[in-house]
Design a protein around this ligand. Structure first.
Ligand code: TXA
Ligand code: MG
Length: 349
């Protein structure tokens, strides 16, 4: 398949290209596009064959459901059996934006889109390119992150091209994703609203809107007996090609431990990397040291993490050590992704 790559800016939409992209999706094709979180790999959510194609293009297990992206509130009751009051309250505050809600599925949503589940995930992105594309495509785009299954989610178009060139009809390059981390997922189908995936919208922010909120306790746990409720959270995920180990502990100790390990790894002939912060980056003796930004700036760290994991792959780094980060605010989501990327390999000093 020949993949067309189109560049555009949110402030300067290419209406013609968007119309063409919309037609491709309506005709059952696939288009990768930017959102404020990460790039998405889009197809017609109401066409089961399109969703099947998405799984194939990503190499994703088909029991892992897709999120339906909408651009207008009127679209919600079409794909959802019943919209609870909490959803309207959340939508008022956080839509359009990085929040996905889980509902009971309406009949018109094909099983392929929901990975066989009776529930359906819906999100209204704030990115203007995404919104325009959804409208051109008929209002309902199913889209997982636009990476090959298991790889870090793409926050820049370059990495979408790396993974999906030749597998989709079109890729829209809209520059860097603003947030760099996937949406928060909240399940509204149970007795109490429950967070299934932490993200930029924190538990605290959700509480402000609807009061009581719980978090699925299997989320941060490497060896939980129970499977997480979002099927996607059970898979090894976001992983760089090299081996990744998180090192926890007081700064001085951590630096000397990592440097000792680095020298052993180098002796063994391995190319090494470190995920550091601005405060510590100068201290490490790795082949490639990358800073996620200032330690206290969790939002900046969230934005940098996936890009850095990809850059280590570009540089063919084989052994990566990462500092651990504060689980405060969006830092909770950062640690969730980092732990998954590391396959829960953590050294506690
Ligand atoms: O920010 C985002 O959410 C990005 C952009 C493209 O919108 N999308 C994204 O999609 O991260 P994906 O497919 O990579 O992750 C969706 C997650 C998976 O873990 C999946 O299992 C979960 O959402 N999910 C989808 N539908 C669900 C459902 N009905 N019940 C429980 N979990 C669901
Ligand atoms: Mg994903």
């Amino acid at each position: 398949m020949n993949t067309r790559i189109v560049k555009m800016e949110e402030e300067n939409l290419d209406e013609q290209a968007l119309q063409e992209a919309g037609m491709l999706i309506k005709a059952g094709g696939l288009v990768a596009f930017p959102t404020e979180t990460v790039y998405g790999l889009g197809g017609d959510a109401l066409n089961g064959t399109s969703s099947a194609k998405i799984y194939a293009a990503k190499g994703r297990p088909s029991d892992n459901p897709l999120i339906i992206h909408i651009a207008d509130m009127e679209a919600l009751p079409v794909v959802v059996r019943e919209v609870p009051q909490a959803a309207y309250m959340l939508a008022q505050r956080y839509w359009p934006g990085p929040l996905t809600m889980i509902f009971n599925r309406a009949e018109c949503v094909p099983r392929e889109t929901t990975g066989g589940l009776e529930t359906v995930a819906v999100r209204m992105p704030s990115n203007k390119i995404a919104q325009a594309l959804i409208r051109e495509a008929g209002g309902y785009i199913a889209a997982p992150s636009a990476n090959l299954s298991g790889r870090p989610s793409p926050t820049v178009a370059k990495y979408v091209v790396q993974d999906l060139d030749g597998r989709v009809d079109m890729i829209i390059d809209g520059g860097d994703a603003d947030l760099g981390l996937e949406s928060t997922i909240i399940d509204l189908t149970g007795d109490k609203p429950m967070i299934l995936r932490p993200g930029y919208i924190t538990e605290e922010m959700l509480r402000e809107a609807i009061g009581q909120v719980e978090t699925d306790q299997t989320i941060m746990d490497g060896d939980a007996k129970q499977a997480p409720k979002a099927p996607g959270m059970k898979y090894r995920h976001y992983a760089p090609k090299g081996s990744l180990v998180i090192v926890e502990g007081e700064t001085g100790k951590r630096i000397s431990y990592i440097n000792e390990q680095l020298s052993l790894q180098k002796k063994a002939g391995r190319k090494t990397g470190v995920i550091a912060t601005d405060e510590t980056a100068g201290n490490y003796l790795a082949d490639s040291v990358k800073s996620v930004g200032k330690r206290r700036d969790e939002e900046q760290i969230a934005k940098a993490l996936f890009r850095i994991l990809r850059e280590f792959d570009d540089e063919e780094v084989q052994m990566i050590y990462a500092e651990s980060f504060e689980k405060r605010g969006v830092g909770h989501a950062v640690m969730n992704r980092l732990l998954k990327a590391a396959g829960h390999q953590v050294v506690k000093l």
